[in-house]
Design a protein around this ligand. Structure first.
Ligand SMILES: Cc1cc2nc3c(=O)[nH]c(=O)nc-3n(C[C@H](O)[C@H](O)[C@H](O)COP(=O)(O)OP(=O)(O)OC[C@H]3O[C@@H](n4cnc5c(N)ncnc54)[C@H](O)[C@@H]3O)c2cc1C
Length: 308
């Protein structure tokens, strides 16, 4: 069986940043990536210092080139399962049938957004339908914006109030028509001119590939250039759960620990899969921090130095 110092699962910014640091520590690293990064539908990545506006695929291309330079081995395939080995370390089964061993394991497997089964949402996802105002709010400033959220009405409405940073023309669509918002929220909506649509959305329509309007059941048309959504997300992979990490019912890692460490000895979770802010720069920083943390741990293990 092939043996590595570290197996990194996921080749987005979190996994690649971890690989870069570990490669430079002269570690034997295998990075496996199933090739479905979260921001793939987006044309440009924003808010990453010195890389603002770069296409996400270009960031990946540069990152992959950089980690290869330091001897990190890249395999474009899924890690289908992984387990702890008695006595320490991990074994992982790869989609090509191979099983490999690694002393430490970094999960940088990311998250995916839940989209409603309503016509147009998939088509415009990342190009008119956005999950993150910090990523795409600036580009949509002063445009007619929709906010589509679910769950507790007041919490959902706060998302609409936050969007006032970027536009004064906001219509709020509630996904599952839960309990009506309280008086305070209603007052704030009316004070700031936010309109509320109670009818369910029937479909989204566009012109020349750009989102142009939201059509409600019954036929009412609401012209909108962007729809910011908050209806849920799920982990890309069940590996954190399968390896015994503390997760929520949906399989989301529950608690952030020092530099990506988890309850499971030798296992690190970084990037969107960890419970922190979800941005490319944060994912890369988490990957790098975990790499520093686990390189130190391995070095002390090798020298027989006990660290508490
Ligand atoms: C539409 C959209 C636009 C966005 N725009 C921005 C932006 O402008 N600026 C910004 O800072 N952030 C943006 N984000 C957020 C950003 O995409 C994430 O914060 C970032 O991608 C997280 O990086 P990551 O490495 O944790 O995960 P990802 O980039 O999602 O990478 C995870 C990788 O792991 C792989 N993987 C999962 N499971 C396995 C497995 N079992 N085996 C092998 N591989 C596996 C996946 O296929 C994927 O390639 C945007 C998100 C979306 C949805």
């Amino acid at each position: 069986m092939e043996r590595f110092d570290v197996l990194i699962v996921g080749g987005g910014p979190a996994g690649l940043a971890a690989g870069l640091v570990l490669g430079r520590c002269r570690r034997r690293v295998l990075l496996c990536d199933a090739g479905k990064p979260r921001n793939a539908p987006s044309r440009a990545m924003h808010g990453y210092l010195t890389r603002d506006g770069l296409p996400p695929s270009e960031l990946r291309r540069i990152g992959r080139e950089e980690v290869r330079r330091y001897g990190v081995e890249l395999r474009d395939l899924e890690v289908v399962d992984a387990r702890r080995v008695p006595g320490g370390g991990f074994e992982a089964d790869l989609a090509d049938g191979a099983t490999i061993a690694a002393r430490k394991l970094i999960l940088a497997t990311g998250m995916k957004d839940v989209l409603p089964e309503i016509a147009g949402f998939r088509e415009f996802y990342g190009r008119g339908v956005y999950p993150c105002p910090y990523c795409d709010g600036w580009e949509m400033q002063d445009q007619p914006i929709g906010v589509f959220a679910c769950g507790d009405q007041d919490k959902a409405c706060r998302y609409a109030l936050m969007m006032l940073r970027w536009s004064r023309d906001i219509v709020f669509f509630h996904h599952d028509n839960g309990a009506p918002p309280t008086g305070t929220t209603r007052e704030l909506f009316s004070k700031h001119g936010i309109t509320m649509c109670q009818r369910p959305i029937a479909r989204l329509e566009g012109d020349d590939g750009r989102l142009a309007r939201v059509v409600l059941e019954g036929g009412q048309v609401v012209p909108r250039r962007a729809l910011f959504i908050k209806i849920g997300e799920r982990p890309h992979s069940k590996l954190p759960e399968r390896l015994g990490c503390d997760t929520t019912e949906e399989g989301v890692v529950g608690e952030a620990r020092f530099h990506g460490a988890t309850d499971v000895d030798g296992l690190y979770v970084v990037g969107d899969a960890s419970p922190r802010v979800q941005l490319v720069s944060v994912a890369a920083a988490e990957g790098a921090a975990a790499a520093v943390n686990l390189n130190m741990a391995m070095q002390m293990e090798d020298l027989g130095v006990e660290c508490k």
